[in-house]
Design a binder for this molecule. Structure first.
Ligand code: ZN
Length: 260
């Protein structure tokens, strides 16, 4: 490497040195090549730094670099919204049954458990206190928290869509509607799934856990998608589904502090 570009940076003899320089490489064998190499290393280092900075800058909040970094870093918005919050996560059907089961063995309980683990990890990283709860967890009775989200998934049919709901008999409908709205908007944005309002059932709006929680605990249930039509997302990319849930909580608590 040193030989190729060694003739160029000769300080003592400016213009006239060029034709002879080629013919007399032996002259350059002194201290000159070392300095050239040094310069090139510094230049290369600078170039690398510039490229890295450009990548981070161009990536913004959702670029590939940001996604790569996001798994290692705290997102500032997460910490601002979630630090110190107590959040209950019900991993649907856990400790009770398997929920929906498909012919090839896919199970609702395992699918949502994977999503719940990702949600839990990101919440904890942001400084939240997380209780991962089973479907009929005894701790649900009188459970007091800043929010509770129950995660479920729909049947194996080839339908696509998610939904979120709060208790039909809510004692704080405005607050819980906001939780549902935040979860719905963020989940749709993160996953690209449509909101499937047509299949909201009593199982959701009269969900058993809602009446067990402390009165002051806002709660929502999310059907994260269909084991059939949405498997590519909820089955294969549980981290993406989880991001939708956490983004929804960030929205809820951010709006919470901004509200009058
Ligand atoms: Zn379920």
């Amino acid at each position: 490497m040193a030989k190729k570009s060694s003739p160029a940076p000769v300080p003592a003899k400016p213009a006239s040195a060029s034709p002879k320089g080629k013919a007399a490489p032996s002259r350059a064998k002194g201290r000159q090549p070392d300095r050239g190499l040094e310069r090139r290393v510094i230049l290369l280092g600078l170039l690398l730094l510039i490229v890295l900075a450009a990548l981070v800058w161009a990536g913004g909040d959702s670029g590939p670099t940001a996604l790569w970094l996001s798994d290692m870093e705290n997102r500032p918005a997460d910490r601002a919204a979630l630090a110190g919050k107590r959040i209950g996560l019900i991993s649907g059907h856990q400790g009770f049954d398997s929920g929906a089961i498909c012919e090839d063995g896919r199970q609702e309980v395992e699918t949502v458990a994977a999503i719940a683990r990702h949600v839990e990890r990101r919440l904890r990283r942001a400084g939240a206190q997380v209780d991962l709860l089973e479907e009929y967890d005894p701790r649900l009775n009188g459970y007091l928290a800043d929010a509770v989200v129950s995660l479920h998934a729909d049947s194996c049919i080839e339908r696509s869509g998610f939904k979120a709901a709060r208790w039909q008999e809510s004692t704080m409908p405005a607050l819980e509607d906001r939780l549902v709205r935040c979860l719905s908007e963020s989940y749709a944005a993160a996953t690209g799934l449509p909101f499937d309002a047509d299949t909201i059932t009593d199982d959701m709006t009269l969900y058993h856990a809602f009446r067990k929680l402390a009165v002051a605990t806002p709660a929502a249930i999310v059907e994260t998608g269909f084991l059939g039509g949405d498997w590519e997302l909820i089955g294969r990319r549980p981290n993406v589904a989880a991001d939708g849930i956490v983004d929804g909580l960030v929205c809820f608590f951010t709006a919470d502090s901004a509200a009058p």
